[in-house]
Design a protein around this ligand. Structure first.
Ligand code: FES
Length: 458
């Protein structure tokens, strides 16, 4: 089995089987080996600010509830009644003292406990009279994730008690994630989610999106209309011009990667305002930049966008977002986009950004539509019995990646246009799918069959 999986991704030759993107059996295995073990992003603490707040989320195909209990503690709970499986919560978000199951009315508090109250409408109806007080309610609370972590406001969870701490899982790539989560003035985790989550479904395999966000710079040609018409909502002109100076970096041992700049001291960092049409907004960004220069002089500022294996991507630059690609069968993905803004930004800045985000990103935005069309048709054209016999090509830049000291554990994959980050993602995919244990996945225990990522021979 593991041997068959290994053959699907041919790292030395830069090719991967199309079945990875269409096969039902492989998809079922992904749910167990990848989504059953990896760290997945569930939401943001700003979405459940008050005691007894909740929001519905997903982990792979599982429906989960992010809650803040009466004491203010956060929880991630499986949205499935312990009695006979009914969803105990069917609202996207809200505030409640109890989740009362519509089927037979078992009721749970926001920390997941089955209510310890006999008789009446809530708790376990008939606990005294029909269950004869024999049902041990402490054993029948909602299922909780094995581990949960609040990382600078973002909530992550895993079903695997043996998974390494989130920080170890992220490695030094987390500094790039920080750049999306910190406020523009550099305040740690100083961001909030603007409005709510934008969600949509597309008939494509879930891996198209993270392998695109990990550094598919060449696909800028898909967005040519935005460039040619100079209609970017940022008003800043050509996307490819703005992208100059970006490089592709990958973490071959962890499966993460992205497009960004080499580390630069803070005083050299400058973000040209992309809001020329909105002077008040430009002024806000100029002010926070100046503040940052003074208060964080000498700090390294990591700038970029990328993918955290398996299904979380982010943009540090505008539009500043986190995107989670939820699998919904081998041929469908449910996209969730969280738009991030400085928590203490003035309302007019937030309002302008809201309009800007909606016109640029998401299913109604200009750039997302180009991407969605590509992924939809690529999925469709890859599932035929003939089509799936021929591999995808990831040879751009093959063998030209070099170790990079700037980010520990990373390699420099070349100037923007390279497909090696995508190969890094698929390499990690293969390792999870082969069933490697965490010691092997985190490279604490070397495996004799380990295939090193091909680096430039000098
Ligand atoms: Fe929930 Fe029966 S399924 S109470």
């Amino acid at each position: 089995d593991a041997e068959q999986i290994r053959e699907l991704v041919d790292i030395p030759n830069g090719v991967a089987s199309r079945s990875i993107f269409v096969d039902e059996e492989l998809y079922r295995r992904e749910l167990k080996e990848i989504f059953g073990r990896g760290w997945l992003m569930v939401g943001h603490e700003s979405q459940v600010p008050e005691p007894d707040d909740f929001m519905l989320s997903r982990m792979g195909e599982e429906s989960v509830i992010l809650t803040r209990d009466r004491q203010g503690e956060l929880h991630v709970l499986l949205n499935s009644c312990r009695h006979r499986g009914m969803k105990v919560c069917r609202f996207d978000k809200g505030n409640t003292r109890l989740f009362t199951c519509p089927y037979h009315a078992w009721s749970y508090t926001t920390d997941g406990a089955l209510v310890d109250r006999a008789g009446g409408l809530f708790g376990v109806p008939g606990w005294k009279t029909h269950y004869h007080e024999a049902l041990d309610k402490k054993e029948w609370g909602l299922i909780s994730v094995a581990q949960m972590r609040n990382y600078k406001g973002t909530i992550w969870a895993t079903w695997d008690i043996d998974a390494p701490p989130l920080e170890e899982y992220l490695g030094s790539f987390r500094y790039w994630l920080d750049s999306a989560l910190n406020s523009r003035s550099g305040e740690e985790g100083g961001s909030t989610v603007l409005v709510g989550v934008q969600k949509w479904r597309v008939k494509c395999n879930w891996k198209f999106a993270p392998t695109n966000f990990i550094g598919d710079a060449a696909h800028a040609v898909s967005h040519k209309s935005v460039n040619l018409a100079n209609i970017s909502p940022s008003g800043s002109g050509r996307r490819d011009e703005r992208a100059k100076g970006h490089y592709a970096f990958g973490w071959p041992e962890l499966g993460h990667g992205g497009l960004g700049f080499t580390p630069r001291p803070e005083e050299e960092w400058e973000q040209g305002s992309v809001f020329g049409r909105f002077p008040e907004v430009s002024e806000y960004f100029r002010e926070v930049f100046e503040k940052r220069k003074v208060e964080r002089a000498g700090e390294t500022h990591y700038q970029g966008k990328g993918t955290i294996f398996p299904n979380t991507s982010f943009h540090e630059d505008q539009p500043r977002t986190i995107i989670v690609h939820h699998p919904n069968g081998p041929e469908e993905t449910e996209f969730w986009r969280y738009y991030l803004v400085d928590a203490d930004a003035p309302e007019f800045v937030k309002d302008t950004l809201r309009h800007y985000f909606m016109t640029y990103s998401g299913p109604g935005g200009m750039t997302e539509q180009d991407d969605l069309e590509n992924w939809l048709y690529a999925s469709d054209a890859s599932k035929g019995m003939i089509a799936r016999q021929f591999p995808y090509n990831y040879q751009q830049g093959l063998g030209y990646s070099e170790p990079f000291d700037g980010y520990p554990g990373s390699v420099w994959c070349g100037y923007r246009e390279t497909e090696q980050n995508q190969l890094i993602f698929l390499k990690r995919w293969s390792e999870f799918m082969q069933g490697w244990n965490w010691d092997e996945l985190m490279h604490r225990t070397p495996r004799p069959d380990y295939v090193p990522f091909p680096l430039k021979s000098t």
